[in-house]
Design a protein around this ligand. Structure first.
Ligand SMILES: CC(C)(COP(=O)(O)OP(=O)(O)OC[C@H]1O[C@@H](n2cnc3c(N)ncnc32)[C@H](O)[C@@H]1OP(=O)(O)O)[C@@H](O)C(=O)NCCC(=O)NCCS
Length: 114
């Protein structure tokens, strides 16, 4: 992700396809640009690209139960909570509980404006 104004690199986002038709959405931003709506913009853009350009049927994301900021980003991008995974990810010397968020092609098609 680069800023339109000056081209500065501010973050990265991706969709990983681990099985046909299903994508795993992820993103991260430079700390000094948090709160400007960039993550929400990129999450929506990647979801659009996943369904429109990659032909996916389902896109999901797993997020730490402590990461309320990212959960808000996923909800604003149209994802819905599906599950609570206990001790799902290991990082920074401990195990973390995670929430599973997801959206599907029919849901995305129902909200398209074009
Ligand atoms: C998650 C991350 C990308 C969010 O970036 P961001 O630029 O702050 O996201 P946005 O500005 O698009 O949106 C943040 C939303 O969370 C809200 N928010 C901020 N702090 C919050 C908090 N403590 N609790 C709940 N919501 C919060 C903001 O108000 C905003 O919602 P709004 O538009 O309704 O006001 C960023 O924090 C990050 O890079 N974190 C480290 C990597 C990471 O966690 N990646 C995601 C893994 S699933």
């Amino acid at each position: 992700m680069t800023q339109k104004a000056d081209g500065a690199l501010v973050g990265a986002g991706d969709i990983t396809i681990l099985k046909p038709g299903e994508g795993d959405l992820g993103y991260m931003l430079r700390h000094d640009v948090w709160g400007k709506g960039y993550a929400s913009e990129v999450a929506s853009a990647l979801i659009d690209a996943g369904f429109r350009d990659l032909g996916l049927n389902r896109i999901f994301s797993t997020v730490s139960t402590e990461n309320t900021r990212s959960m808000r980003v996923l909800e604003k991008a149209g994802m819905r909570w599906e599950a609570h995974y206990r001790r799902f990810a290991q990082a920074k010397g401990r195990w973390w509980d995670c929430h599973l968020y997801a959206t599907s092609r029919p849901e995305w098609e129902a909200t398209r404006r074009d």
